[in-house]
Design a protein. Sequence first.
Length: 257
Amino acid sequence: MPFINYATKSIAIKIVYYGPGLSGKTTNLRYIYYKLDSASRGELVCLETETDRTYFFDLLPIRAGMIGDFKVHFQLMSAPGQVFYEASRKSVLHSADGIVFVADSQIPLLDANLESFDGLRRNCLQNDLDLLKIPLVFQYNKRDLNYLIPVETFNNLLNPRRMPWVEAVAVNGVGVFETLREISKLTVPVVRDKLFGAKPRPEPDTATLPQRPPEETPEKAPEPGRAPTGPTTRVVVKSRKEIEDELELLSREYVGK
Ligand SMILES: Nc1nc2c(ncn2[C@@H]2O[C@H](COP(=O)(O)OP(=O)(O)OP(=O)(O)O)[C@@H](O)[C@H]2O)c(=O)[nH]1
Ligand SMILES: [Mg+2]
């Protein structure tokens, strides 16, 4: 669930880069950090060992346009890939709004990718995240190397739902912003719908309200502590199309840099 701050009119959407050790998760975040000017992003925080391996997480906040009059920030986080950091992976995934699975395309690493994806399933379950519903994008990284796992094999084994996938050479920036754009396109509308999709809550005199059409699903109560409680709060939001256009523009800006 995204974090929404009604006082500062900002929404934080958490995207977790997940995948086996050394697949290139931190490399993605570093590239985004170096390509964006400082007005569009915060500082990159990397909690790493002396050998540049993530042991807890990386965090990069970036600005991502508006939903209505709310500023949207993405909190890009990478989870550590090394097998013994399972507890860190689980806590980084907590409350994720979207996941990028960064796979290593080298043939000998097929098992490592599959194990990592199994771990993702397990950690999603433990975090009450539904891997079949949460926005998910696959990045097949290191396509510059020899002896590659074919994309078709990857899709058959990891991605039977055919969620978006991107072939990447993250170390050169190839596919990095495309991946970000894909996960943005999936995440923002879901977040918008979760937060503002339902009609404003009725005033206490419910008898004066028109009947809800039978096919509509009932409004969900806002999560405690995350949404305003007063009945007067009203948020005007853009349509899905407008948001997608905005993201398209934004990603063109990114890619152009
Ligand atoms: N050849 C090649 N090397 C890459 C590519 N992307 C990343 N690397 C290299 O792979 C190594 C590991 O990259 P990281 O980004 O640190 O990997 P990670 O997924 O964050 O690893 P952990 O923190 O241990 O989970 C680094 O030496 C990168 O330069 C790529 O597309 N091609
Ligand atoms: Mg890392």
